[in-house]
Design a protein. Structure first.
Lengths: 380, 196
């Protein structure tokens, strides 16, 4: 009987369906039946062999498109890109890739003849500034003009202007995003956050830089990136895959109106004026990415899979994440429960289910009124 | 597999902007998993290719309304199932509306023996155990392991309860695990009989 239960739990663990409680139960069962360890491990190894794709999906799409054309549906995609402007509406389709190659070719071969002229019509096509932002409780995905993919977590904002890609590919980020950057050494990709600049050649990484939070976190999945500091331009840190850079943010300074007006051509980078304060904390710390032990998910990027994972975080820290995740405000009626450390994963739960699950770990009571959650430690 | 947020984005682009680029990306992302699923049902690669293509033609024709689909991934698998069953019904001239009735056929569930630290004999034993699984059990195992679908997604696609999916996948793992268990006990306590 316990064997059947064990296999049920092993299946749940491997498929990522197991709850914390079930993982604990499985551990106990395996401890009680050590002879199951070997077969379980072999099954787990076998489980993790991913099936190779045998068919070339692009070729299949060409066949599919031809078939649709015969049926009177022409869907062969044009080489365009999608762009969201500040009002959130998508602009008409552009033939940027083509235009861009043309511009590059012209300016390379006959620069003197055309001088800067060829760039103009292209710039005209684009809105002055494009901005995509997400509300608390929602996440989105977008593609930048060059095809670079961005996943934007809740409560975050990314912006770039029409000079994107002309020289540098510059974006400004507030909040958290995962970038999968198209390789293009001629046009380095640069991300500006309130405290650091990240320069990229072609790579995938996650940046977390919420206003009001102590630290900015940069997690590198593959490739290589170079991080420089707004307040210490001489300092430079190169990150290798699987590394995470944690940097202390500046004191949450108020953004001056004049600094926004200072540069109009570049994205809205707030050039904070810097005073070398006698901060005792280190400026930066390189550590490693954290993997979820049972299914190898990188915790830093788990939000992309719609998972909110927390490991040994205080209730107070978790509450901030939950506010963004669920689009609610969370208030503590008293201090007692704030430092309690919690572990867990939220995936499909709504705020009520999430709070109920937390109550299983630690006793507290809560009330929800509209979008405000009040948490208090249970009396008696 | 492709991240949920991205599927949602592609879905929106197709519905709102007739975005052929997004349409292609959706097709490319799901082609191999859907083709594998269709092959297990219609048992012919050519037919399966047509099934998947038909499903995507339908998506394009209905693109203005696809935004109301809450889980496009599950929707695509269900569409492939239904299109396959329709095809089989036409072929057999009898109504087939259940995957078990259709009969399920697999090449095999994929694993790479060279990556397993086991003997050739045990590899054969594992293969055998997988082969011997009842078809429905094998299909569930395949969808969860190979296509990384959630229990509730598989339940929805195959029209089963989550409990059934849960017990079937456990049976699959137990059978495979037992085939290894058997080998181990024989290796350690050679003369002993077959442990149950």
């Amino acid at each position: 009987m316990s064997k059947n239960r064990t296999w049920e739990l092993v299946a749940k663990k491997l498929s990522g369906e197991a709850s914390e409680q079930e993982l604990g139960e499985l551990e106990n069962l395996l401890r009680a039946n050590p002879e199951m360890h070997y077969p379980m491990q072999t099954v787990a190894d076998l489980w993790h062999h991913t099936t190779p794709d045998t068919e070339d999906a692009h070729t299949a799409f060409a066949t599919h498109a031809a078939r649709m054309k015969d049926l009177g549906m022409d869907i062969e995609p044009e080489p365009d890109f999608s762009l969201t402007d500040s009002s959130g509406k998508r602009r008409k389709k552009y033939f940027l890739s083509l235009a861009f190659i043309a511009v590059a070719a012209i300016s390379y071969y006959s620069y003197s003849l055309f001088s800067v002229a060829p760039v103009k019509p292209l710039a005209k096509l684009l809105p002055d500034k494009s901005e995509v932002s997400t509300k608390y409780g929602s996440r989105t995905y977008l593609r930048l003009p060059d095809g670079t993919q961005v996943w934007l977590n809740s409560g975050s904002k990314i912006s770039y202007d029409k000079t994107y890609g002309l020289n540098l590919r510059e974006v400004a980020l507030s909040g958290e995003a995962y970038f999968d950057v198209i390789k293009n050494a001629a046009h380095p990709f640069v991300i500006h956050t309130s405290s650091i600049n990240i320069k990229v050649l072609g790579t995938a990484f996650n940046v977390k830089s919420f206003p009001g939070e102590k630290n900015t976190e940069t997690s590198l999945i593959r490739g290589s990136i170079e991080v420089t500091f707004k307040n210490k331009p001489s300092k430079k840190i190169i990150l290798k895959p699987n590394e995470k850079l944690i940097t202390a943010n500046d004191e949450p300074a108020k953004e001056n109106a004049d600094s926004t007006a200072a540069r109009t051509t570049a994205p809205a980078i707030i050039t904070k004026h810097v005073t070398e304060t006698s901060k005792k904390e280190p400026l930066a710390l390189v550590s490693h990415l954290t993997y979820e032990p049972h299914d190898n998910i990188v915790i830093e990027t788990s939000w992309m899979e719609n998972k909110l994972i927390f490991r040994s975080e205080t209730f107070e820290e978790l509450a901030v994440k939950m506010e963004r995740w669920y689009g609610v405000t969370i208030r503590f009626a008293d201090e007692a429960i704030k430092p309690k450390r919690l572990n867990g994963i939220f995936e499909n739960e709504n705020i009520q289910q999430a709070l109920k699950a937390l109550q299983l770990i630690t006793p507290f009571t809560y009330s929800i009124d509209n979008n405000e959650v009040v948490i208090s430690s249970r009396r008696g | 597999m492709i991240a949920a947020a991205k599927v949602k984005y592609l879905q929106e682009q197709i519905a709102r902007n007739d975005d052929t680029f997004a349409y292609k990306e959706l097709f490319v992302s799901f082609y191999n998993p859907l083709l594998r699923f269709a092959i297990t049902l219609v048992k012919s690669k050519e037919q399966a290719e047509e099934v998947v293509s038909d499903v995507f033609i339908n998506i394009w024709e209905k693109r203005k309304r696809i935004n109301s689909i809450s889980n496009l991934k599950v929707y695509l698998f269900i569409a492939v199932k239904n299109t396959s069953l329709n095809y089989i019904s036409r072929q057999n001239k009898t109504l087939t509306d259940d995957v078990e009735q259709a009969g399920i056929e697999f090449k095999s569930i994929y694993f790479d023996p060279e990556q397993l630290m086991v003997t050739a004999e045990m590899v054969a034993r594992i293969k055998d155990a997988i082969e011997q699984l009842p078809p429905k059990c094998k299909l569930i195992f395949k969808l969860i392991k190979e296509e990384e679908l959630k229990y509730k997604d598989v339940a929805e696609i195959l029209g089963l309860s989550i409990k059934t999916v849960e017990s079937q996948i456990a049976i699959a793992l137990k059978k495979i695990g037992t085939s290894i268990d058997f080998d181990m006990s024989k290796a350690i306590a050679a003369p002993a009989g077959v442990p149950k």
